[in-house]
Design a protein. Structure first.
Length: 140
């Protein structure tokens, strides 16, 4: 800012342009932070919906075991893959049912009395966009 002969102070054109550049850069950085925060919040909501879809399928299978019996729980009664739309977001839900060895609960073993239920829900593109919930049901 220069002092003029008459005693009044004024900004030069260069100072005004420099001030506008600094303010624009600051606003751009602030908007970038807001956009990243919104994207993170949306990802959290989509992931939570995927968890709900997986939990819903596990609850249906668990209820079927309680009301229809252990032998009812097999791949024939539940679609192995299905697409579910929640709003405008498509989710793919995969169900895997296998009788497993009670010693490690992962190795297949027929007629063991234990079934492992895996429900995986994925969305979007990429392996990172997936949640998997598992449960063990026993014949008791």
């Amino acid at each position: 800012m220069k002092a003029r002969l008459g005693g009044s102070a004024a900004f030069t054109l260069v100072e005004l342009i420099l001030t506008m550049v600094v303010i624009t850069a600051g606003l751009f950085g602030l908007l970038t932070v807001f956009e990243a925060a919104n994207r993170g919040a949306l990802y959290g909501q989509i992931a939570q919906a995927a968890v709900y879809l997986a939990r819903e399928r596990l609850e249906v299978i668990t209820a079927d075991k309680a009301y229809r019996g252990y032998d009812y729980i097999d791949a024939a009664h539940y679609p192995s893959a299905e697409t579910v739309m929640l709003g405008e977001h498509p989710y793919t839900r995969l169900v895997n049912i296998a009788e497993v060895d009670p010693a490690d609960l992962a190795a297949p073993l027929a007629a063991s009395g234990y079934k492992r239920i895996d429900v995986a829900v994925s969305w979007g593109v990429g392996a990172a966009n997936q949640v998997t919930l598992s449960a063990i049901l026993g014949r008791y």
